[in-house]
Design a protein around this ligand. Sequence first.
Ligand SMILES: [Zn+2]
Ligand SMILES: [Zn+2]
Length: 342
Amino acid sequence: MKALIYHGPGQKAWETKDDPTIVEPSDAIVRIDSSTICGTDLHILKGDVPEVQQGTVLGHEAVGTVVETGAAVTTLTEGDRVLVSCITSCGRCRFCKEGHYGLCTGGGGWIFGHLIDGLQAEYARVPFAETSVYKVPETLTDEQVLFLADILPTAYEVGVLNGTAKLCTPARLVAIDLADSRLERAQEFGADVTINNGREDAVAIVNELTHGLGADVAVEAVGVPETFELCTELVRPGGHVANVGVHGHPATLHLETLWIKDVTITTGLVDTFTTPRLMELIAEGRLDPTPFATHRFALGDTLEAYDTFAAAAETDALKVVLEGEQVYRGDGRLPELAAAPA
Ligand SMILES: [Zn+2]
Ligand SMILES: [Zn+2]
């Protein structure tokens, strides 16, 4: 098969690799029909995630079709369309039994494209298949469910639920970014106020909007020290900083100003316990994640897709979809492959 292989910081290649095979009886082999690239993959390529060994297939988000199952797999069969999530669950350890699959100590957690070969490939071995994948209803296309593999449950669990346990409907949503194009998209997705902190003073504006108090919840969604530190300046006394971003460098915790403010800071890897509910919302037409897909590429053009995704400031990419030969669109439409760079 072909796969996107990590060869150390700054180095990757689309190469031939042996097809994956069943190793444990609880494994399944999945043909990848749709995959995507995550900001985390860019962090790995910067060398921010040193656990990733050279030679590992990257990627941890996919929709695919089961082509083979191990002897212990009874609830999945060849031909099943499944969402392969960034989080794998052994289903047996203490954390899995508590629904904290992200913390799995039985061999699961975030393993794809991290500790084992990932999903930017034509095929993948999926450990603990029965307790880790989600069957996709026929009514839903690959693209409708693809972002359930990571960004939707991550944003919902690690950002919204962690940050707003007591306050689920904020009076105002403020989006802060350096790129105007992303702020425009944030507005389309529901932001009430947008701030370009390259030329505006985010702390001053948020204070003005909140009678000098600051934000109830500041969600850090980038993964660099500056944004984390900004969040701790934006949050009001008694407020909550919910860190979502993947960090590769230390950030300063300004306890000299925070100690007196009763601030709660949470961090977390997604557990994906909300994935079934989110899939239901998509099926019911209450949630439409497809506007996140800004660019589409054939799986074989993954390198080009990386360039487009990594240059988001110029390409306006949010999520790039990698389409295998048998991507399911639900309506028999022909593939719309990569929009040519403008
Ligand atoms: Zn991810
Ligand atoms: Zn576990």
